[in-house]
Ligand binder design. Structure first.
Ligand code: ADP
Ligand code: MG
Length: 323
């Protein structure tokens, strides 16, 4: 195994793009950057713990590196921001090979490059027997424009990007022993596995929703629509009606997986009726990303799921670490 110093040195050498406002990245006791004029700084962190968030037996190194950063990028997307810098802390068991760690890092840095986001520091430790990855990410947003969970208003229309339930469907396939690159997988199974293992942060559309001031509130789907829309409702002091038949189900996913599965990393956002024309124009610029109306925000605090015959309470049944 590489020594700690060699390892950090190796990481340092993988980083080529230096942003002009970065004064010091990896190598000093703290990184230094100059804030940009008229921007507010977003900061968020996410921890991935082996056997809680991922299992090494079904997660290739390169997909783990992608996902660890992607879920952090998704938090910046959920505010409408532009990611700028990130810090990475690793606690690694001695049994994990240098090859695994370097493959994981290289794919993480590849995703970082795609989004012009620079690794500026972190921490490195040994761990008794499990791998832990923690990323802290920074982002920019024009001052006063970041899209919060608190901004939903009665009569707002509720939208989601992409399809729902794919990540949970993929997770169930992994639990059933299916593995990525297995030649017997159907095309649908491969897509579901990738939805779970390689989520795509929706940064571009989120930034447009922010800069063009289209959305009143937004959140990314980490726990599940029922829980995450629930956060918007509670924090905005509103209710919601969600049309079951409108939910864009991932092929093969159930209604339950779409509502409660979680880890889709799609965006839920709400738009005033007066902004729908602006939203339609924006959607034309994103022809490859489905944006679907799933319901309406209400003044009444109830959250309801509307089916053809009835309406039932939309209970927050998404993932809860302490449940
Ligand atoms: P200190 O003892 O002052 O915490 P370290 O030896 O932990 O310093 O880190 C040296 C430099 O390497 C720092 O700039 C730190 O941010 C960076 N660094 C350490 N671990 C990582 C990592 N996993 N990824 C990126 N940068 C790292
Ligand atoms: Mg340190």
């Amino acid at each position: 195994m590489k020594k700690e110093f060699e390892f950090i040195n190796w990481i340092h050498h993988q980083i080529n793009d230096q942003q002009s406002n970065l004064i010091a990245g990896i190598g000093d006791d703290a990184a230094i950057f100059l804030p940009q004029n008229d921007q507010e700084i977003l900061i968020s962190t996410d921890l991935l713990a082996e056997d809680i968030h991922f299992k090494l037996d079904y997660t290739p190194a390169r997909l783990l590196g992608h996902k660890a950063l992607a879920v952090n990028l998704s938090d910046i997307a959920a505010m409408g921001g532009v990611p700028t810098f990130f810090l990475l802390s690793i606690a690694r068991p001695k049994t994990l090979s240098d090859e695994f760690i370097s493959e994981m890092l290289l794919s993480m840095l590849q995703l970082a490059n795609q989004h012009q986001t620079t690794l500026i520091g972190g921490d490195t430790s040994a761990s008794a027997n499990k791998l832990f990855l923690n990323i802290t990410i920074l982002g920019n947003c024009p001052r006063g424009k970041s899209i919060k969970r608190t901004g939903a208003k009665p009569n707002d229309e509720i939208y989601v990007t992409g399809q729902l339930g794919g990540s949970n469907l993929g997770f169930k396939l992994l639990q059933a022993g299916k593995r990525i690159l297995n030649p017997e997988l159907t095309k649908e199974e491969t897509l579901a596995l990738m939805a779970h293992l390689q989520p795509q942060p929706r940064l571009a559309i989120a930034q447009s929703l922010c800069v063009e001031e289209i959305a009143n509130s937004m959140i990314d789907i980490s726990d599940g629509v029922s829980s995450d829309l629930g956060h918007i409702c509670e924090q905005s002091n509103v209710g919601a009606r969600v049309e079951a038949k409108s939910l864009p189900l991932f092929p093969g996913a159930s209604l339950d997986q779409a509502l409660n599965g979680g880890e889709d990393y799609e965006l839920i956002f709400t738009v005033s009726p007066s902004n729908i024309d602006k939203l339609k124009a924006l959607m034309e610029r994103f022809p490859n990303l489905a944006v679907t109306k799933i319901g309406t925000i209400t003044e009444n605090l109830e959250r309801l799921l509307i089916t053809d015959s009835t309406s039932i309470p939309l209970l927050a049944r998404g993932y809860d670490h302490f449940a």
